[in-house]
Design a protein. Sequence first.
Length: 250
Amino acid sequence: MQICRHVGLRAIALAVVLASAVVHAIPEQRTVAGARTAPGDGAAVMPPTASDLKAVGSVDRWRRLIAGERGALPPYERLVVADRAGRILRRADGSGRGVGIPPDWMPLLCDRSAALILAHNHPEGQSLSIDDLSQFEKPGVAVTIAVGHDGSLYVAAAGRSYHAAEFAQVYAAASSEVTRMLRLHQSASAAAVTVHRNHLVALALARAGVIVYRADLGLERRQAYNSYGLQFDDIVHAAAAKVHDSSNGR
């Protein structure tokens, strides 16, 4: 993964991006004791809530922005960079298995004042991956979005406990616990595990304060998730606790 090779990589810089105005979703700054602050700032800035992320817009809006003039999502992944007003600044096509960030995008993504949205489509409808959520190490990235071809929409921003240098370990802790708990719940089918794994990990990270997360599941995916609702809630709770334990152990 490409990174910004300057001081902006620090997690504290992410607070600067989010404080400046995340996708015009936060009408005013709110402060909270203990949150991260930018150098020289007196007030601690609270990251956006899942409710704030509603202002990002609907799945139909982002489907249109990603699809472009042809009006239909491609069978492969396409990545777009948008500003706070929803204007598309960059566009890149990948494959059915992913899409890379072109090297010439890095100056823009590393501009901590940019408050950009990274949005792309997921042909199989799954939630945000570790690579997607790792993009917050780039100071210019405020929000990342995945649009599922099944009508699902996933939106995330960095939370108060997001630290770029530690995120891979934190994600691994959550993912491992999700896997362990899924094995204990034998009634969850292999298909359900595959379909919902990323979503369960993201929910756990959100519960632990690592990310702020919004998920609007497509109809069939939502029905499938609800059929395992209590089991999945137990899994998310256990994985979030594992994230806390992992963080406290460092």
